[in-house]
Design a protein. Structure first.
Length: 543
């Protein structure tokens, strides 16, 4: 088989964000765009010769073609073996598991996560290292540096590989193993949770609705919930993955999973509602009339993890991203274990998990996971909830209010201002930064600022420092506002404003979150001059 070295020139903007390189699909479909970046991944990781990689994606538009391109480039770069999900499909946590289970050199995952799919929507690619986790910042920086000076990529001329047949095939000297995308992952879940107890829960009449949002989790949830755990047929809805997610926005939150959310707030609600995102790593949990914020979900899971077999011996520590509420810290304190606060991005949990410092991690952006893989894992969170519900025999609402009575409630909300002109977003953020040092003692909408900073993180394992990870403003009534720019969008800018207010165990936990948070919201808007700079007052999405 002849290896072809194709001349190319750098393409602007190949800079990974919070989670890999995400762009409009048509950008990825330009000649050489994908090729340049894949070659940069291979070069940045010391060359692909003789290595084994996992390859798969969330099945969105362009997934199948992109996988064929990457297969040929892998052969051109001397890869020894590829492990590919059947039809090119792998959820992000399943890919992470395959990387670890097979001891590979890493994996390439094609996904733009919760962003919509289609020729006019979004596509993405990321590289996960041998621990199964997203490439750390120094590696993604190296990839973009190489992409910015690239002159050639390597590939082979060959017919497309049939990805529908499970088993081994070859392209030149490269072995290609096409594997069932669900099997290994489902087997891993069986080792973590008490499937008998969950089966008993369903057998006892427990009802559930899992919205796969026409995305990758459908086959995983159907096989595990309905196939192995005996949930009633039809428990998993929107279970067949589609290239454009049926025109939807596969983001599991009360806005984009509104039909499920409305069902759970109605008198027809099943006992548990859950949803997952485009690539299966995010989750939403809703009980009958009880929405669980991702921050609270992390805290409840950490507090009760010992009820599941995998965590029976206790957990080593808990990590959360900085904008996530402090609810998990309270659990860590009560358990006498360490709590870590990292920048946004699952990649920052990798070192802590590898070093055994933490067992459970989570983020406000609907991600929770543990040391079983190195990605957040939507279905894992749902199964841990089920395991806990089976053991405690409590409803979601009862569990949540018992949690607040024990630890207090961190009322929490995130307000997203989308499609903001890049200059306006930069002006808001630079205005905040310039004023940080002078804020202390000043009052805004009746709240005095107690502390304010630009969040920086020093990784306790490798000492790397990540600066400018968002602005934190703490007010004298115990509330906090955080501003940061999203790193996952594909057009203009998205400003995220995160607000929270703690109410102690003996306080009132039943007030509407919007009411409790109205004071800190007004103060945050006033500090940032948001309404004047953006020319609007209402966010696009409130979660
Ligand atoms: C990614 C990252 C998460 C992050 C989220 C939102 O999730 O893996 O760590 O919290 O993006 O990031 P941002 O606020 O920068 O948009 P996913 O599910 O999109 O891969």
């Amino acid at each position: 088989m002849n290896i072809e070295t194709v001349r190319t020139t750098p393409i602007e903007g190949q800079v990974p964000g919070t989670s890999g390189l995400r762009k409009k699909t048509r950008v990825f479909m330009q000649p050489s765009y994908l090729e340049n970046f894949v070659q940069s991944i291979f070069d940045a990781t010391g060359g692909a010769g003789g290595k084994t990689f996992v390859l798969g994606g969330d099945g969105r538009y362009h997934n199948a073609q992109a996988i064929q391109t990457i297969i040929k480039m892998a052969a051109g770069n001397g890869v020894a073996r590829l492990i590919i999900g059947q039809n090119g499909i792998l959820s992000t946590p399943a890919a992470s598991h395959l990387i670890r289970k097979n001891g590979t050199d890493g994996g390439i995952i094609l996904s733009a996560s919760h962003n919509p799919g289609g020729v006019d929507e979004d596509f993405g690619i990321k590289f996960n290292t041998a621990n199964g986790g997203p490439a750390p910042e120094h590696l993604t920086a190296k990839m973009s540096e190489i992409a910015a000076g690239i002159t050639r990529y390597k590939t082979v001329q060959a017919a497309d590989i049939d990805l529908s047949r499970i088993g081994q095939t070859h392209l030149g000297g490269m072995a290609i193993d096409i594997v069932d995308p669900v099997e290994d992952y489902a087997a891993l879940m069986e080792t973590l949770f008490d499937f008998d107890a969950i089966r008993g829960l369903f057998a006892g009449g427990f009802t559930m609705c899992f919205d796969a949002m026409h995305a990758v989790t459908g086959p995983y949830a159907s096989q595990i919930l309905e196939g192995r755990l005996g949930a009633a047929p039809g428990t998993v809805i929107n279970a067949v993955p589609q290239e454009d997610f049926a025109g939807g926005h596969p983001d599991p939150n009360p806005i984009w999973a509104k039909p499920l959310f409305d069902l759970m707030m109605s008198d027809k609600a099943p006992d548990l509602g859950a949803a997952s995102d485009g690539d299966g790593d995010r989750n939403m949990i809703v009980g009958k009339g009880a929405y669980v914020t991702p921050s609270d979900s992390l805290a409840v899971l950490a507090a009760n993890a010992h009820l599941a077999p995998a965590y029976r011996g206790g957990i080593a520590g808990i990590a959360r991203s900085m904008p996530t509420s402090a609810a998990a810290d309270r659990v860590a304190k009560a358990l006498g274990i360490a709590a870590y606060e990292t920048p946004t991005g699952w990649k920052f949990f990798g070192n802590l998990l590898d070093a055994g410092k933490v067992t459970i991690c989570g983020e406000e952006s609907a991600g929770t996971g543990s040391d079983h893989v190195r990605e957040k894992d939507g279905l894992w969170a749902v199964l841990l909830w089920l395991n806990i519900l089976a053991e405690t025999k409590m409803s979601v609402a009862e569990l949540l209010s018992a949690h607040w009575r024990a630890y207090g409630r961190d009322y929490y909300s995130r307000h997203d201002y989308e499609n903001v002109p890049v200059e306006a977003a930069a002006s808001l953020m630079s205005g905040l930064k310039a004023g940080l040092a002078t804020l202390i003692g000043q009052s805004f909408a009746g709240l005095a600022v107690q502390a304010a900073d630009s969040f920086a993180y020093e990784d306790p394992i490798d000492g790397s420092v990540s600066e400018n990870q968002g602005y934190r403003i703490f007010f004298d009534n115990g509330s906090r506002a955080v501003f940061r720019l999203s790193g996952t969008g594909t057009q203009a800018a998205t400003i995220r404003l995160y607000i929270e207010q703690y109410v102690a165990p003996a306080g009132d936990h039943t007030t509407d979150a919007a009411d409790v948070l109205s004071g800190v919201k007004a103060a945050a808007v006033a500090v940032s001059d948001l309404e004047n700079i953006l020319g609007r007052s209402d966010p696009d999405v409130i979660t």
